[in-house]
Design a protein around this ligand. Structure first.
Ligand code: ATP
Ligand code: MG
Length: 398
């Protein structure tokens, strides 16, 4: 038995039967992937609980890694002992002594094994008294303690841990199926991708690249953003679509004020084809209402008309400031604000239509060899597989 472990809590409300088993299996596997690079660490699943077991105390880097696992609501570095009263007391005292600067505490015991001779209330009292007797500078505060000392007595072992470290919540990645994220180099779409991952999807990403109008550095920026998202989502396939010919054709043949609308219609057609090819069931964008010309409801209608696929817009209800706050927290912001141009800005019309008409859009598009352009773009798409690796930069979470 290893003495050190991290007890992991997850939201299991509303989960039953097979769903619950799938959820737990997937979560445990995701945790295994995330912790594989730590030596001597194993992930153990027991009914209702997942543990990370390790030789020594959990290092900060491991805890940081666990903070990125969707589905976890609490991360509790714990001491595990046999469920023997003397050993429990000893471990509780050891844990309390390690806390620095704590002035008030309470004990919260749980007796999952009813054969254990001391009831929870009784344990709370006895342990509280024992700790007060040994650490005189501490006081009990049952309403608002700085430290809650948790004791969980199970059939063989007891687990002693302090305050929960909050996990990111959400659902385990992969539990909700696959989606395709339209990833630009901006601030919004990486955040949209993160929020979609939080709902348990597996992510593919697609980026439209107009080389040489947009540079290699602009492409690298998007690769870097997708790489950051792998921290939360595991492996990500990034599809890079050659978009130069389409943009040139639009620019040459279509009404200037409709160029953005038509360009977006192309993006959706190509995205739908790529999504279908790779088993993705929905598209995700970083669109928000009213931010720019193409994000009015009229515009969304005209653009959306070309696909029947569900489009998820996780940031639709957020202000730019809120989106930026998340971008900073998840570590995409600094990359997003690098100044490399996006394909949308290259051919920016002088006066983009804010209420583009469906018929006009269709008529303008009909001037182009639509099918061929879409087909060739899909065929020419380059796929890059990104795997979670060492972070390039240090940044703190939550
Ligand atoms: P973002 O910050 O995500 O770039 P934005 O506020 O700049 O968003 P738009 O430029 O109107 O808004 O783009 C809306 C959405 O269209 C983006 O969030 C993204 O999902 C998608 N998109 C835009 N440009 C590209 C691109 N070059 N490749 C892939 N998707 C794109
Ligand atoms: Mg943008």
């Amino acid at each position: 038995m290893k003495r050190n472990c991290v007890l992991l809590r997850y939201g299991e409300l509303a989960l039953k039967g097979k769903n619950k088993a799938d959820f737990e299996d997937r979560l445990a596997n995701n945790i295994r992937e995330k912790t594989a690079r730590f030596a001597g660490v194993s992930v153990v699943k027991t009914p209702g609980r997942i543990f990370v077991e390790l030789e020594d105390e959990a290092p900060e880097a491991l805890i940081d890694e666990l903070k990125t696992v969707f589905g976890l609501v609490g991360i509790c570095p714990a001491i595990r002992v046999e469920n023997d009263w003397e050993k429990i007391k000893e471990a509780a005292l050891e844990l309390v002594r390690k806390q620095e600067g704590v002035r008030t505490f309470k004990v919260n015991s749980k007796r999952a094994d009813k054969k254990f001779p001391i009831r929870s209330q009784e344990m709370n009292h006895r342990l509280g008294g024992f700790i007060l007797g040994n650490v005189p500078e501490l006081k009990v505060d049952v309403h608002n303690p700085e430290l809650t000392l948790h004791v969980e007595v199970r059939s063989k072992y007891a687990y002693i841990y302090g305050n929960d470290i909050p996990g990111p919540g959400g659902l385990p990645v992969g539990a909700s199926g696959r989606v395709l994220l339209l990833l630009s180099g901006g601030i919004d779409s990486p955040v949209a991708g993160y929020l979609a991952l939080k709902r348990g999807v597996e992510l593919h990403a697609i980026h439209f690249h107009s080389y040489p109008f947009t540079s290699e550095r602009a492409k690298q920026k998007v690769i870097d953003l997708a790489q950051i998202l792998t921290r939360y989502g595991g492996k990500i396939h990034l599809h890079i679509v050659p978009f130069t010919e389409i943009q040139t054709e639009i620019n040459k043949h279509c009404y200037d004020s409709y160029s953005i609308t038509i360009m977006r219609r192309f993006m959706l057609r190509i995205s739908e084809a790529v999504a279908k090819k790779h088993g993705a069931l929905a598209l995700v964008t970083g669109e928000s209402l009213g931010q720019v010309a193409s994000q009015t409801l009229e515009s969304m209608n005209t653009i959306n008309e070309v696909t029947n696929m569900p489009i998820l817009r996780p940031v639709i209800g957020m202000d730019k400031q809120e989106i930026m706050t998340i971008a900073k927290r998840i570590g995409t912001y600094e990359t997003s604000i690098l100044p490399y141009e996006d394909c949308c800005t290259v051919f920016l019309p002088k006066a983009p239509k804010t209420r583009p008409d469906k018929q006009v859009a269709a008529r303008e598009e009909a001037k182009l060899d639509l099918e061929r352009l879409v087909r060739e773009a899909v065929e020419g798409t380059e796929v890059i597989e990104l795997n979670p690796g060492e972070p390039e930069e240090e940044f703190s979470f939550f």
